[in-house]
Design a protein around this ligand. Structure first.
Ligand code: KG4
Ligand code: ZN
Length: 394
């Protein structure tokens, strides 16, 4: 980590910092420009996202090699669009931020190489952003919320509960011992032939269904550590579908009922795990309101003296999960914060914002920074006991 050359009191720190953010870690090619004011508030000047569903659809999932090639083909154009929409040229930027991990290494290389080239040619600081940190900090951009807060991160590759203590300071309380929640949604959609990406398709189908028509387990409920497990639930959906198919083809109503029961099981499991994590956070923070550290405060705390639960990542776009977690938080007097759906799924604005936050602390990186396929937010966290395939995952 290099100290920023002009960190501390220069003219650049007294005005808005303009940061370009680049995201290529999975199957969205995205670029955005964000402005961060000296008081720590942020504004999105542009946010261009291009999905790659068409390229991957016939394989039923993201093919890493195809994803990397698709990023390489359109990233230049997406960056140019983001700059044009923001009415900013490269010379007017204060930094280039890029997702440097975790993610698919081919895509990460495309983004990081592009960002390094821009930083080198235009003499801009480079900020290597952890994709999970970008999801974690998005509420600072959307609502001005400052750490500490409890974070439920639910995406295609990760399902974690973390205490966010500040930029770069995370304590992981729980993680999945097998599949990530988004992965479970995608697999359920695939086995019910609902298309890709699976999360929104399952949510749409569930809207017309009735929970309770099929029987599914509520994984991990009551376990002391707030870990998750979704592989068994997905397998139970497959069994229930097969049993029903033995009696005849699945009707649309069956599929809707199965999706509704799946979502109900997910919501109950999440609510229980979140309650457990809230109890741990309560114990950490003591009896008083959520402590606000002066170094994270930066003069704004619009949220009052409450404890805060943030839900982020692609699955946070799910309205039923949103409702379930809202009830869980409110029942204990906590405030729930969920970024708008288009900032929950992968985008460049969250990368630019995380970059701007790091830049403000003088946290910039050298041009020798190498992308990381794995990059845990809490490097000290132990693998979840009973962890399966993803047990040691970030
Ligand atoms: O954060 P994200 O865009 O990419 C990763 O970093 O993984 O999350 C993508 C995941 C996918 O698994 C997708 O199916 C899921 O988020 N997702 C949803 C919904 N929208 C996206 N899952 C459930 N309900 C949704 N509405
Ligand atoms: Zn993501």
């Amino acid at each position: 980590m290099l100290p920023r050359a002009d960190a501390g009191g220069s003219a650049a720190d007294q005005r808005h910092a303009l940061v370009l953010g680049i995201e290529t870690s999975c199957d969205e090619t995205a670029a955005a420009v964000v402005a961060r004011a000296p008081d720590g508030t942020g504004r999105i000047l542009s946010n261009v996202v291009r999905g790659q569903w068409e390229e991957h659809r016939r394989y039923g999932g993201v093919v890493p090699e195809i994803a990397a090639r698709a990023h390489a083909e359109c990233l230049d154009e997406i960056v140019m669009l983001a700059l044009r929409e923001a009415a900013v040229d490269l010379a007017g930027l204060d930094a280039v931020a890029v997702t440097a991990g975790p993610g698919l290494i081919g895509g990460l290389l495309v983004g990081v190489t592009t960002a390094k080239a821009l930083a080198l040619v235009h003499r801009l600081p480079l900020v290597a952003v952890n994709h999970l940190e970008a999801h974690a900090l998005t509420v600072g951009l959307t609502e001005g919320l400052r750490p500490p807060y409890l974070l439920l991160l639910v995406s295609g590759g990760h399902t974690q509960l973390l205490i966010v203590n500040g930029v770069g300071r995370y304590e992981r309380l729980g993680t999945t011992i097998d599949d990530a929640l988004g992965e479970a949604f995608d697999k359920v959609a695939k086995l019910l032939d609902l298309g890709f990406p699976g999360g929104p398709a399952v949510e749409r189908a569930a809207a017309a269904g009735r929970p309770g028509q099929f029987v599914l387990p509520r994984p991990m409920i009551g376990r002391a550590e707030p870990h998750f497990s979704f592989a068994g639930l997905k397998t139970a959906v497959r069994r229930q579908a097969q049993q029903a198919q033995a009696r005849g083809p699945l009707s649309n109503a069956d599929i809707a009922d199965l999706c509704a029961e799946f979502q109900a099981a997910v919501c109950e499991s999440l609510a229980d795990r979140v309650r457990r994590a809230m109890a741990i956070a309560d114990a950490r923070w003591g009896a008083g309101p959520s402590p606000q550290r002066p170094e994270d405060h930066r003069g704004i705390n619009r949220q009052g003296p409450h404890r805060h639960l943030v839900v982020a990542g692609g699955v946070a776009a799910n309205r039923q999960i949103h409702r379930a977690v809202t009830e869980t938080a409110e029942a204990r007097g906590w405030r729930l914060h969920v970024p708008p759906a288009q900032l929950c799924t992968d985008n460049g604005a969250m990368i630019a914002w995380a970059g701007a936050e790091r830049l403000a602390l003088g946290l910039i990186d050298g041009l020798d920074f190498e992308p990381r396929a794995r990059w845990p937010l809490d490097a000290q966290a132990k693998p979840a006991l009973g962890g399966g395939r993803h047990g040691a995952k970030a």
